[in-house]
Write a protein that binds this ligand. Structure first.
Ligand SMILES: [Ca+2]
Length: 454
């Protein structure tokens, strides 16, 4: 009897302790928000390069550039081989931030009325930071279209590109000087990211850090430590410096004990500027530099609606959650980030507008191996499974225009012909008709009703 009473007393004490602990736990969610608690949600670190080619990294087939840190990241996570951004900078960023095709989210002209995942995730209890190239406010300091108005607690970087070998920096909403040392930018953004993680981050909250590098967008340069050192010319030096700096940032993630609960996503905003017209006409490069990336087996490069414009490297790591050492050819895209973060981090996808992205949590966590059923190429065409259709007047940007391209319908079997060399449109007219009808469902409607074909 005595021992039974003791056990009951112990149980009562444990119960009281547990209740007390639960009551004392600090909720991470804004009490006024309807979002689910973010207590077990992962931190998110997006490392976004500019104009980096599909085959620039050793783990994507490059035989010259040494990229040990990103190769290691691929071993620790999943390497995606059918991952799509968009074909140029601004549209790529509006799509990534909103989950909406550039025909809706408007690219460089992204209006203040667009809803970014940063706005939603902050309401779900996250701390948010954007460091680097913004490029969705028409490269101007328009306050209600800058990062702080679009969901970020902290911003440092240039609002536009570095075409003239110079960037104008902002910190939050204030000008923070100009910088013409292109070889120092990768280190500068990495230092700012590390400082944010160590000094500005609130350890009581999960975080999302969106780090959008200016390199490898020309005018490219590397620091003295890396310039002239790689086998791939100046472009290779920049790739290798980016790899080194990414490793330095990932080491800090480890040092701060954040590795296990941080979803790391590395990818690029579009393909490489590798066209002849570009290399002959673009001014301002350092003398003798080799400044283009590798598209590997893919056709054309940045600005094109052929695969090398849109298809980019993508590595995702979340230890113990995202399968390590896996290669996935499932179709996955930056437009999927918003719905996927919604599931992982506990917020609702906007219901008042059409969201083109889909929730890819199952694919990321290895619970399924299938991804998107289709991917739309902005004002150009569509891929469904192995089939890709391009319309006669498919949109190309600037240097990517292929002057000898006949303005006819194109159909490719990407399984048999990844380099898009054999046009099968005349052979499979029913497939052309099917893909055109699917494309019309995407281009023809902005309203939020579910897409039955998806
Ligand atoms: Ca770009």
């Amino acid at each position: 009897m005595k021992s039974q009473l003791s056990i009951l007393a112990i149980l009562a004490a444990i119960s009281a302790t547990l209740t007390g602990t639960a009551a004392a736990a600090k909720p991470l969610v804004d009490e006024t928000s309807n979002a689910r608690p973010a207590r077990t949600s992962p931190n998110i670190l997006i490392i976004f390069t500019d104009d980096q080619g599909y085959a620039d990294l050793a783990c994507y087939g490059n035989t010259e550039n040494k990229t040990p840190r990103l190769d290691q990241l691929a071993k620790e996570g999943t390497r995606f081989t059918s991952f799509y951004s968009q074909t140029v900078c601004g549209p790529s960023r509006s799509a990534l931030l909103t989950g909406r095709q550039p025909i809706r989210s408007k690219g460089w002209s992204m209006p203040a009325s667009e809803i970014t995942w940063a706005e939603l995730i902050r309401k779900a209890g996250y701390q948010t930071a954007c460091i680097g190239k913004w490029d969705v406010s028409n490269r101007k300091a328009i306050i209600d279209r800058m990062p702080l108005a679009q969901g970020f607690d902290y911003y440092f970087g240039p609002l536009g590109a570095n075409d003239a070998g110079r960037v104008k920096l902002h910190e939050n909403n204030e000008p923070a000087g100009t910088d013409d040392d292109m070889g120092g930018l990768t280190t500068l953004y990495t230092d700012k990211s590390i400082a944010w993680l160590k000094e500005k981050r609130d350890p009581e909250k999960p975080f999302v850090l969106y780090l959008a590098h200016t390199m490898m967008h020309t005018i490219i340069d590397a620091s003295d430590r890396f310039r002239g050192k790689s086998a791939g010319g100046l472009y290779g030096d920049v790739v290798e410096e980016f790899d080194y700096e990414t490793g330095r940032l990932l080491d800090v993630v480890d040092e701060l004990g954040l590795r296990d609960n941080t979803l790391v996503i590395y990818t690029s905003d579009n393909g490489p500027w590798n066209q002849d017209k570009y290399t002959k006409n673009k001014k301002g490069h350092p003398p003798g530099s080799i400044f283009w990336g590798e598209a590997g087996p893919l056709r054309n490069g940045k600005g094109s609606c052929y695969e090398a414009g849109y298809r980019v490297p993508c590595i995702v790591r979340w230890p113990g959650k995202v399968p390590a050492g896996r290669t996935s050819d499932a179709i996955f895209a930056t437009i999927d980030f918003l719905p996927t973060f919604a599931n992982l981090c506990g917020f609702e996808v906007p219901k008042d507008r059409r969201i083109d992205g889909i929730d890819q949590t199952g694919l990321l966590l290895g619970k399924r191996e299938t991804g998107r059923e289709h991917f739309y190429f902005n004002n150009a065409g569509i891929r469904r499974g192995k089939w890709k259709y391009l319309k006669p007047n498919a949109h190309f940007h600037g240097f990517a225009v292929e002057d000898d391209r006949e303005k006819v319908e194109e159909l490719y079997d990407l399984e048999a012909d990844l380099g898009e060399q054999t046009n099968l449109a005349a052979k499979f007219p029913e497939k052309v008709a099917e893909l055109k009808a699917l494309m019309a469902t995407i281009e023809g409607r902005d309203s939020p009703e579910p897409d039955k074909i998806r």
